[in-house]
Design a protein around this ligand. Sequence first.
Ligand code: TRP
Ligand code: ZN
Length: 470
Amino acid sequence: MTQARRRTAVLRREAVIVTVPVALAALLAAAGPAAAGTIGTSGVGDPYFPLAGNGGYHVEHYGLTLDYDPASRHLDGKAVLTARATRKLTRFDLDFKGLKITGLKVGRTVAEYRRSGQELVVTPRHTLHKGQVFKVTVTYKGTPKPVTDPDGSLDGWIPTDDGAFVAGEPQGAMTWFPANNHPLDKSSYDFTLTVPKGRTAVANGVYLGSRTAHGETTFRWRQREPMAAYLATATVGKFKVERYTTADGVQVYNAVDPREAAAAAPVLKKLPSVLKWESRIFGPYPFRAAGSIVDRAPDVGYALETQTRPVYDSAPDLSTLVHESAHQWFGDSVSLTSWKDIWLNEGFATYAEWLYSEQHGGDSAQKSFDALYARPAADDLWAFPPGDPGSGANIFGTPVYARGAMALHELRTAVGDQVFYRILRSWATAHRGGHGTTAQFVRLAERESGQDLDSLFQTWLYSAGKPNTP
Ligand code: TRP
Ligand code: ZN
């Protein structure tokens, strides 16, 4: 299966199944007591990643200026966050792990801070009032280190032999910039990335240009549409670059490690037609830029749907390209509010692979479903229900991808093709640039179909073990 390649990092390990019965209500309750005070919370209340994100403010924009030297692995950074207080704040947190802070201001005033694990606790000189827009400027330096996720995989700033593979799902953004590190908070970004001449630094969004002076090249990028921190990249390497604009006006920038170029070329050539096909099914492509970063990063073991421009650890196959492209709608444009809902990303992207195959002379989605359903009850596929993976260690497990896609196929079988495609499209359109929850998806599917789908979703998303009836 193609997912196997994306998840080798995970597959090397035993799945640890921990059942944590925390509902979405608890998520809100967690933000409760402190929400009444003037101290921002250390997390947004995600049951799987309790310290991810922070309460009390929303980041509207990140301005990131980074200088990276692959030879010494030294990073110099400056992050300017433009944020808005969602309540009166005497103190707030950012997520930032490792790297040494050399300066921190709120507005033009030096602010006090302390660090504790991934929490950077900032006490501004002056209390921020509710609704106030404020800037936080953090300067920092050091050697970024990736984080090890609960499933044992690495994410964040991952050094390669010619630069760094930079991917942040679910936690790694905080290894290279101070962030409100949860998909609940989405922001625009500007990147100014300086690397030694001969290397290329690739981020999200539109390429604004580059300039070389004194043996260094600075690349500028702008991501205008809101983006979750985990989808940011600033991947560095020796890359062959290709740029063009599609017939629909999307600006494409591909960066390919020359060692992967021959294998990548026939697949990357299909990007415009894949995006066009997906736009026909899911609705208009949600961003003004697109592209691919094909790196050689043997320590990584997965690709990531970095916004506008997925990053691949090696030349992707076509179904991986289809998968990461589908995430631009499902996961990137429509974001999670809680990591527990990860099937809304992975189940949808996997089902896009099945649909692509079905409509391009390959196996039908029914055949993909049947092949999976034939697996015995003891198979990993049935280890936990996709709507309730139980812990952060399981969010990239087989049930999330494969049984998540099976749940969509069951929906399609129940409502028929016409209604099914309308559901996919309304989901992407109604939540474009924002967020969606599983409960909202179920409601939308019921509204569009006029059917009661509770038991279908109960069976396919939430019931333990192999469902009895397909
Ligand atoms: N979301 C990625 C995909 O399916 C996979 C992924 C991202 C991943 N980070 C990971 C898989 C960490 C395992 C571990 O395209
Ligand atoms: Zn995926």
